[in-house]
Design a binder for this molecule. Structure first.
Ligand code: PRP
Ligand code: MN
Ligand code: MG
Length: 182
C-alpha cells in the first residue's frame, strides 16, 4: 500500500505535532465549558477525531455523524447524504465539528446548517486539512491543521475507493493507481 504513494505531503510526526497544537488551542478556548460535544464526521475524520479527542483536557462528549459526498471516488458528487445520524440531542451544546478535510465545503455547509437548525449553542469547525483551492461554497474552518495543495490526497483518514485511510501520513497517489482502476 505504501508503494502506491508518489510523495508524502505531511508526515506522521508533523501531523502528530499539529494535532497537539490544535488540542492546546481548544483546551484554551473551551476551558470551563460543560456542554462540549466533538462531532466526528465519518468516515474520514476518525483518525483525526480520536487523536484529537485523546488530547482534550475538557469535559467533552464525542458523537458521530456519517455524511458522504464522494462515494469513494476522486471528485465530489455535489450532493451530500446523511447516512447515519448523531446518537444524542445537540440542542444547547457547544459543538466542535471534527473533519479530515474541507474541500468544496459542501459537507460542512450541510452539517453546520443541520446542527444550527437543531439548536446547537455554538458550532466551530476543526479540520486537520484544508484545501482552499477546492472551495465551491462559502465555508471556512475555525481551526485548521494544514493547508494542502489542490491534488487528490490520501491517508490519515482520506480515502481512494475506501482504501489508504490507514496511512499515518497524507500523500499523493501515483497516477497509475487511478489508471489501474478506471
Ligand atoms: C470527504 C472528506 C470530507 C469531505 C470533504 O468525505 O472526508 O468529509 O469529503 O469534501 P467537501 O468539502 O467537498 O464536501 P467523503 O464524502 O469522501 O466520505 P468519507 O469521509 O466517508 O470518505
Ligand atoms: Mn468525510
Ligand atoms: Mg471519501
Amino acid at each position: 500500500m505504501n508503494n502506491d504513494i508518489e510523495r508524502i505531503i505531511y508526515s506522521k510526526q508533523q501531523i502528530d505535532q499539529r494535532v497537539q497544537e490544535l488540542a492546546d488551542e481548544l483546551n484554551h478556548d473551551y476551558a470551563g465549558k460543560k456542554n462540549v460535544v466533538v462531532v466526528a464526521v465519518l468516515t474520514g475524520a476518525i483518525m483525526f477525531a480520536t487523536d484529537l479527542y485523546k488530547k482534550l483536557d475538557l469535559y467533552a462528549h464525542i458523537d458521530f455523524v456519517d455524511v458522504s459526498s464522494y462515494q469513494g471516488g476522486t471528485s465530489s458528487t455535489g450532493s451530500v447524504k446523511l447516512l447515519h445520524d448523531l446518537k444524542n440531542d445537540i440542542a444547547g451544546k457547544d459543538v466542535i465539528i471534527c473533519e479530515d478535510i474541507v474541500d468544496t465545503g459542501r459537507t460542512l455547509k450541510f452539517l453546520t446548517d443541520l446542527l444550527k437548525d437543531r439548536g446547537a449553542n455554538s458550532i466551530k469547525i476543526c479540520s486537520i486539512f484544508d484545501k482552499p483551492a477546492g472551495r465551491a461554497v462559502d465555508v471556512s474552518a475555525d481551526y485548521v491543521g494544514f493547508d494542502v495543495p489542490n491534488e487528490f490526497l490520501v491517508g490519515y483518514g482520506l480515502d481512494y475507493q475506501g482504501l489508504y485511510r490507514n496511512l499515518p501520513y497524507i500523500g499523493v497517489l501515483k497516477p497509475e493507481v487511478y489508471k489501474r482502476n478506471s
